[in-house]
Design a protein around this ligand. Structure first.
Ligand code: PEP
Ligand code: MG
Length: 573
């Protein structure tokens, strides 16, 4: 029976395929073959799961609530011992290597064998330990299911659409190497990091569907309309035909946009507009180069720190940054320092804040962990020897924080001098304006920094007090809220007055419906996912800045949503 689900369109376009259900909670071990080249990364995934569970046990053991029974500590110690026994921590790896199976399946096989041995033990105490082994194995399986294997897609002729209750940013990073035709999830907001990554894959996706995971069956035929945020399950022949037409049309339009690649990015009245790319991983630079980006306006360096159980070393980071700088051949590369916390929390972080978006996130975390920060600053400064690198500091709120950051940058430089390691002497320092207080105080930040970059995703989250990952408030996300527009307009004006360059690197920069408004407000530097560069360039090339400015000023002063919409339509007409 055909039915339709409504959510939020995250990545545009249409896809038609068979549903593959995905769940973090299901404790069934999926089974699939691993390609010979991927066997060692499968083993590493298993090791990472063991380390994750071990550090979870240790963390719990070290943070037992006052008055907790003494048995609890002993119980956690026992679990750690079970975990470290080679029967659980080594044999599954041997199985992965010997049979080229995935880590979950190897673990399930070994757990079954171990549990069978317990059944034949006479000693009652020892026999009861069976339950402990099962619990520990389940924890490892859960950790593995939270870090899915790189190739979970079933081998099928038809395109596959992943249907999940929720996906984490780490899941999405792993899915970059898979072949899904679309993603749909129950949870998630427009600018959650999961959504941003889904968009970066350029695959039609719809989020905030609330109960798709429960209603859709494995293998159902699904249409994903990423433009309208609609999912049609089990469509009849007419609907299917209609969507196949739309899909073809969409592909043609995308092809046409590609022709703009070598056209200069300037408005009709001759204003040059810088269009840069956002990337998450060094490999993404290829796409930025292909789309002829003017530079990397935002390298979200935190993804180098995710899907792993340890921290990347200074050298490893340096190599990653240098790779991007080299690939950009003299074009600027803005590397944002570690922005973890909130929805990007690697296992080693032990994030247990009640309200993580307002907690020890981004620069706050780096200032609390100077060795991690200094290692990253050294790596970025070293990469600055190979091309025009800029450092971008996320989530600045107070000027005291900025002073501390500038001091630590000096410390990093001094330590490089002392070690006689070459580094870029003219690496410029910028700050993200993504906390409303920083936007209001932009003047003081602009005086101390070389450039500013407005992170509209967080600016909207913090200005409107809506958690960007929470689907229940996703409908309140509003880039056109007068409060948000005024903060952006104010920051741009301050930048112009103090001759401090300002760019926008949040999702607003990649939305072609907002390009002309931002131009009218004075923005001349946009950074977005490479997939959106041509659509935004097309808008730029059809704009006349002189006539946009007065309309944008009126929109910024209009309070009522319907008046704001009316002005936007005039701006885009
Ligand atoms: C932003 O907040 O707009 C931004 C670009 O940073 P992120 O989305 O990574 O938080
Ligand atoms: Mg941000």
């Amino acid at each position: 029976m055909t039915f339709t689900l409504h959510g939020i369109g995250i990545a545009g376009g249409f896809s038609i395929g068979r549903a593959q259900l995905y769940s973090h909670d299901r404790l069934e071990a999926p089974r699939h073959q691993v390609q010979p080249d991927d066997i060692e990364s499968e083993v590493a995934r298993f090791d990472a799961a063991i380390i994750e569970v071990r550090s979870e046990c240790e963390h719990l053991r070290d943070h037992l609530p006052e008055g907790a029974p003494a048995e609890l500590a002993a119980f956690l110690d026992l679990h750690r011992l079970i975990l470290e026994d080679s029967m659980l921590s080594q044999v599954p790896k041997d199985l992965i290597r010997a049979t080229a199976c995935n880590a979950e399946w190897a673990l399930a096989q070994q757990t079954e064998a171990l549990l069978a041995q317990f059944d034949s033990i006479e000693d009652v105490y020892l026999r009861e330990r069976r339950q402990d082994v099962k619990q520990v194995a389940d924890k490892v399986l859960k950790a593995l299911l939270g870090h899915p294997s790189l190739a979970p897609v079933k081998v099928t002729e038809e395109p596959t659409i992943l249907v999940a209750h929720d996906l984490t940013p780490s899941d999405m990073v792993l899915f970059k190497r898979s072949a899904y035709a679309g993603f749909i999830t129950d949870l998630g907001g427009t600018t959650s990091h999961t959504a941003i990554l889904a968009r970066s894959l350029g695959i039609p996706s719809v989020m905030a569907l609330h109960n798709a995971r429960a209603l859709v069956q494995e293998g159902d035929l699904i249409i994903v309309d990423g433009n309208a945020g609609v999912v049609i399950v089990d469509p009849d022949a007419d609907i299917l035909e209609e969507y196949r037409l739309r899909q073809n049309q969409w592909r043609l339009e995308q092809q046409k946009l590609k022709r703009l690649k070598s056209s200069p990015s300037a408005t009709l009245d001759g204003t040059a507009v810088e269009l840069m790319a956002n990337i998450d991983q060094p490999e993404d630079v290829k796409e930025a180069v292909q789309e002829n980006a003017a530079g990397i306006g935002l390298f979200r360096s935190e993804f180098l720190f995710m899907n792993r159980s340890d921290l990347p070393s200074e050298d490893e980071q340096f190599e990653a940054y240098r790779k991007v700088v080299k690939a950009m051949k003299g074009k600027p590369v803005v590397i944002r320092t570690l922005d973890i916390g909130a929805d990007k929390s690697p296992a080693w972080l032990h994030a247990d804040s009640v309200n993580p978006a307002l907690g020890l996130r981004a620069i706050r975390l780096c200032l609390a962990e100077p060795p991690i920060f200094i290692a990253q600053l050294r790596a970025i400064l070293r990469a600055g020897k190979h091309g025009p690198v800029r450092i971008l500091i996320p989530m600045l709120a107070s000027l005291t924080e900025l002073d501390q950051v500038l001091e630590l940058i000096d410390v990093a430089k001094a330590s490089l001098e002392k070690d006689a390691i070459p580094y870029g002497k003219d690496v410029r320092i910028g700050g993200m304006i993504e906390v409303p207080a920083a936007a209001l105080a932009a003047e003081w930040f602009a005086r101390k920094l070389d450039f500013l970059s407005i992170g509209t995703n967080d600016l909207i989250q913090y200005t409107l007090a809506i958690d960007r990952t929470d689907d229940t408030v996703a409908h309140l996300y509003d880039p056109l809220h007068p409060g948000v527009i005024q903060l952006i307009a104010h920051t741009l004006k301050v930048g112009q007055r103090l001759k401090c360059p300002v760019s926008v690197c949040g999702e607003m920069a990649g939305d072609p419906k907002l390009t002309r408004l931002l131009l009218g407000l004075g923005l001349r530097s946009f950074s977005m996912h490479p997939a959106h560069l041509m659509a935004v360039k097309q808008q730029v090339m059809h704009s006349h800045v002189a006539s946009l400015a007065p309309m944008a000023a009126k929109l910024a002063k209009a309070g009522r949503p319907e008046r704001i919409q009316a002005y936007l339509e005039r701006i885009n007409a």
